[in-house]
Design a binder for this molecule. Sequence first.
Ligand code: NAD
Ligand code: ZN
Ligand code: ZN
Length: 347
Amino acid sequence: MKAIQIVKPEHPPELREIDKPAPGPGQVLLKVTAAGACHSDDFVLNLPPDNFAYPLPMTLGHEGAGVVAETGSGVSGVSDGDAVAVYGPWGCGVCHFCSRGLENYCSRAAELGIAPPGLGSAGAMAEYMIVDDARHLVPLGDLDPVHAVPLTDAGLTPYHAIKPSLPKLVGGSTAVVIGAGGLGHVGIQLLRHLTPSRIIALDVSAEKLAFAREVGAHETVLSDADAVANVRRIVGNDGATAVFDFVGYQPTIDTALGVVGTMGDVVIVGIGDGVAAAKVGFFAQPYEVSVRSPYWGARDELIEVLDLARDGVLEVAVERFSLDDGLEAYRRLAANDLRGRAVVVPD
Ligand code: NAD
Ligand code: ZN
Ligand code: ZN
């Protein structure tokens, strides 16, 4: 079967012919119907060899949807032909975090060698993929897999990032979204639907800002050296109630801390170059600001996000590629030349 794989660190991915996998005990084989390309893939592709911790070659794709093609011995709860989305942050299923559905924060995954598809295990950028447990599958029902697959990360991650801030995002509040890409454009829609906040979106071009307004931002500001002053002109002395940084480079983290107001939230979701940091301390930011750096989301939250999509309140902007054109999806992602999410659809 065809698969898009990382073969060598700091090299573009390759489209390769590999063996179709067979499900072992407890595992489920999916015929992939859609796989989303995340900016974290680009981060992984650019990791220097010294920091590269994944087995190679590795099939990319941590956003996956498919149809159950075959089940290993002992599998129950799913049947051949079921349309499903893959919950990606696999955990042990047993520890305290996993018991709460927060497998993204499993305390034993590293020690047990459990890794998400596309981020340590074979991912979804292939004709077939193995899912280690039926627990990781969420029924898609009649949701279109191509538009639903980004919700497994580009929807779930902003949802998990926004949820703890909801009690603060009351009437008269402001929410700032930095980076209106795959995650950010769903984040804006979630904020529009879940809160009465005024939403200010930041990005780097007029085109990206127009896209942010199309998906629901009330105001847009260019993310440049004047961004703090320009956002402050809108939010006034109160500052922003919550800032969601879907970029995570030093300048955007500095912008986030520069616009947040007293008792506000700064939520750093973007990985940036992997080293940028928020400096916090008594005199570093307004009183009682909270800073979080969430990772992905919980199993129950993926069900909630898919239900929101079913309610028709989330419209994921998708650029569709065949598996044969999948490398082009990664080139466009690296060049910041996508509107929403690149989704690869095997023939
Ligand atoms: P994307 O490429 O789809 O979107 C990034 C957006 O940010 C683009 O619109 C781009 O124009 C914009 N941008 C770039 N530089 C900017 C700047 N200086 N100021 C404002 N906007 C800027 O990326 P994505 O897939 O949405 O991922 C976003 C980030 O989140 C990446 O760093 C990714 O690795 C990370 N991520 C984190 C998690 C997590 O669990 N924490 C999960 C998924 C992705
Ligand atoms: Zn991702
Ligand atoms: Zn666990």
